[in-house]
Design a protein around this ligand. Structure first.
Ligand SMILES: *Cc1c(COP(=O)(O)O)cnc(C)c1O
Length: 358
């Protein structure tokens, strides 16, 4: 703390990202990165555009990328907003839509950036508890609100809502913006982007970090009615004209356009996830059904904190959240088959080590 900091900044509690260790090589199953490299087409355009043009500012509108996204989802370019990672898109969305007199709503167990953004933008928020089996129950969301946000599938549970469930919320909740954060939707869900034509208050946010293997490039986007997109552009243009650099724009465009590569890698991760789920159940874990590239698990009689440390010592990093209701769970990202076999092998060794639970 410093006396030079504003009262606002003194009161913040920043988001804590998963560890990016530098001390040794780990099997990294802690931050939901994709274990496969980006499409070869991405590397090609990065090489091609790494040259003299880097002295020039990028296109402030990100036109090539918006066009690729609009074609992919069969929407218009005016329905697309692009940003520096979906975290940035979320920040602009909180600023643009959620700074209201009424409280915004999100689940009690969800992406931990939502409370952080609420705090920095001084937005009042209320949490709605997940059900006992960790489902989002949209029927529990009162319509008297300043906005609603949830991921689908939810993080860190991996549980999926159907489009019918989301649509029935949209039918009742027409006076505030509903944001569906689809960071993981490509691993087993259906996007609600087709619903934007019928619901002018629906904003769908996606990222290229997970299903398109581009966490290191930082690109996310939002799709919604042009009225909502114009609001986001307004906020962005008061903050930074060039949120996406030249290399990010061409790389993301190439990734969106390589549909076959993307679909193949998503299928591979889904197949590995189902294999891992089965193996974990054999080892005495409860595995919440996941439509994401991670699983949230709990062992019958071993403490999550202990398993986390034992795995870490053995070179496997997973995520352990010391948060209410999930402080005995671990979130495990789905890696390659080889990485997951090694993860299961290390778990078997730990569990057969015979050290009793305390
Ligand atoms: C990873 C994640 C994001 C952010 O992704 P970016 O890398 O900033 O694009 C947003 N929402 C959820 C739920 C996530 O898990």
């Amino acid at each position: 703390m410093s006396k030079y900091w504003s009262e606002l900044v003194r009161g913040l509690e920043p988001y804590v990202p998963g560890e990016q260790p530098k001390d040794r090589k780990y099997i990294k199953l802690n931050t939901n990165e994709n274990p496969y490299p980006p499409s070869p087409a991405v590397l090609e355009v990065i090489h091609k555009h790494t040259g003299n043009d880097l002295r020039l500012y990028p296109d402030p509108d990100g036109d090539i990328l918006k066009t690729a996204i609009a074609n992919y989802f069969q929407v218009k370019k005016k329905n697309v907003f692009v940003g520096n990672g979906s975290d940035e898109v979320l920040a602009f969305a909180f600023m643009t839509f959620f700074k209201q007199k009424k409280q915004i709503l999100y689940p009690d167990i969800t992406y931990s950036f939502y409370p952080v953004y609420s705090r920095i933008f001084e937005i009042e928020a209320a949490t709605i508890p997940l059900t006992g089996d960790f489902r989002i129950s949209l029927a529990d969301y009162p319509i008297d609100n300043g906005g609603i946000i949830f991921p689908n599938p939810n993080a860190p549970t991996g549980r999926l809502l159907t489009l019918e469930q989301i649509e029935s919320l949209l039918k009742r909740n027409t006076e505030s913006v509903v944001i569906v954060d689809e960071a993981y939707v490509d691993f087993g869900g259906n996007s609600c982007i087709p619903l934007i034509n019928n619901y002018p208050n629906l904003l769908v946010i996606q990222t290229l970090s997970k299903s398109r293997s581009l966490a290191g490039i930082r690109v996310g986007f939002a799709v919604g009615a042009s009225e909502l997109i114009d609001g986001l552009e307004r906020a962005k243009n008061c903050f930074n004209s060039y949120t996406l650099d030249r290399l990010a724009l061409v790389a993301a465009t190439a990734a969106i356009n390589d549909r076959i590569y993307f679909e193949t890698k998503c299928q591979a991760i889904i197949a590995t996830r189902e294999w891992v789920k089965n193996e974990l159940e054999k080892l005495g874990f409860e595995v919440i059904p996941s439509a994401a590239n991670f699983v949230l698990i709990q062992h019958q009689n071993r403490k999550a904190g202990e398993l986390f440390s034992a795995l870490r010592q053995r070179g496997v990093l997973v995520r352990y959240f010391k948060l209410p209701r999930i402080d005995n769970h671990l979130r495990v990202t789905i890696g390659t088959d080889g990485e997951m076999q090694e993860f299961i092998k290390q778990l078997q060794a730990i569990l057969s080590g015979g050290r009793p639970a305390t």
